[in-house]
Design a protein around this ligand. Sequence first.
Ligand code: CTP
Ligand code: CA
Length: 225
Amino acid sequence: QSHAQHQKLWNNARITITAGPTREAIDPVRYISNHSSGKMGYALAAAAARTGAQVTLISGPVSLEPPAGVTLIAVETAEQMLAATEETAMDVFIGCAAVSDYRPAEVASQKIKKEQQQGAPSLSLIKNPDVLKTIATSKQPPFCIGFAAETNNLREHALAKLDAKKLKLIVANDVSDKTIGFNSEQNAVTVYWQDGKKAFSAQNKTSLAEALNQLFAEHFFNENK
Ligand code: CTP
Ligand code: CA
């Protein structure tokens, strides 16, 4: 595609994307997190920016360079991710981050010392806010797209999330196959919406992001024409 066609795809739509893991403190030196690399969200942000979107990327701690032309907001916790998203989400919101579902109920202000414990300590957890659901069920929600990482019953779980979170599209990712998806270079997904679906075969995250970017724009403008 020509440069002009690329510019036209998003027509300056404002897109907010979350990416990477969140990090939930236990004490000043320890945290709960996950293996998300952020690659998928960063690749989507790059693809959207290349095709004429104004992109804000809200990222948990990852070791990736921010893509050219993207506004980066670095966060650590789910609560910070939610606050940044509420401030920036406008036309389209893509929840790509692997948000920690729980965080420690209390954060120790000093490093927890093992001599001061009776045996192994137990960690009590509380639920984090659901960033995507909060945004998608807000008063005038942007066009919301989610991701679903599943190890089984992919279609059923993805459709349940589409419905429960009031999403327009959900990108379902089978994470039972260790060679693709989470923290890998390659990814294969199926995108579901209310009355349709589209499968994308295993490919590198840059080319998958370009294909998803096209599909997202088509659906967004179909709804907003
Ligand atoms: N998500 C979010 N905030 C959370 C949890 C999830 O914004 N606290 C978003 C993710 O970014 C993703 C989608 O919701 O786009 C689905 O995340 P996933 O972890 O697959 O689903 P959950 O609703 O958390 O359910 P579960 O982990 O139990 O499968
Ligand atoms: Ca989850």
